[in-house]
Design a protein around this ligand. Structure first.
Ligand code: HEC
Length: 194
């Protein structure tokens, strides 16, 4: 009963804002459609400003899903299928991630991504706490970092200013994130498998 009257009220408010009463069906139809298509609001790890990453024609279904939901569809797939995870490893060797993070991602001139011990501040923990989520780690790789560990990582996403070389599409970054999840041995909870 109260549920019904609440939603009726919301409808009246939405109509007032969107001018539903006006003639012409395309105005209200269009806005309903846009509201239904979700958007993952990505922000920079450097300064929390919005990261302008859009869906492009060449995006894979996985990339489109992530940009709409903030969920990386590769993460659970790679966790269950070591053979599939090799595609993520390939992105990381091909683009030189292993040159800084180590061949086994155990750290070199850049922090370990395995987080399996040692005495350094970032040997078991993420430099950026938000990297415990796939959205956060995507933002860190896509838009670069402020240098908390002592070094900075540059911008990787091909749609962002200052990108490294040609940069990487959304799909490649998602594959790298999902692969990094498969090597994780840190002391944090594997929240990304929930
Ligand atoms: C030139 C060296 C270099 C390369 C190449 C590089 N990184 Fe990094 N990366 C860093 C440094 C340095 C940091 C730490 C940044 C900081 O403290 O702000 C970092 C941080 C990270 C982090 C966050 C680690 C944490 O503990 O929170 C991830 C994830 C990451 N890099 C993934 C990648 C991926 C994926 C690639 C390849 C596409 C890559 N990196 C290539 C230097 C590099």
């Amino acid at each position: 009963m109260s549920k019904y009257s609440n939603s009726a009220l919301v409808l009246v408010l939405v109509c007032a804002l969107a001018a539903c009463g006006k003639s012409g069906s395309d105005a209200s139809g269009g806005s309903t459609k846009e509201a239904a298509a979700g958007v993952c609001n990505l922000v920079s790890t450097k300064d929390n400003s919005p990261l302008a990453i859009k869906v492009v024609a060449t995006d894979t279904p996985e990339a489109k899903e992530f940009l709409a939901t903030c969920v990386n569809p590769y993460t659970k797939k790679y966790a269950a299928d070591a053979e599939a995870a090799k595609a993520g490893r390939k992105v990381m060797t091909y683009n030189g991630c292993t040159g800084c993070h180590g061949g086994n991602l155990g750290g070199l001139m850049a922090p370990s991504l395995v987080k399996n011990g040692g005495t350094g501040a970032f040997d078991t923990k993420w430099v950026y706490e938000k990297n415990a989520t796939d959205k956060g780690m995507f933002e860190t790789i896509a838009g670069g970092t402020p240098g908390t560990s002592g070094g900075t990582m540059f911008v990787w996403h091909n749609q962002l200013p200052g990108k490294t070389g040609e940069g990487l599409p959304t799909d490649d970054i998602l594959k790298a994130v999902a692969y990094i999840r498969t090597v994780y041995k840190g002391d944090g909870e594997k929240t990304w498998l929930k």
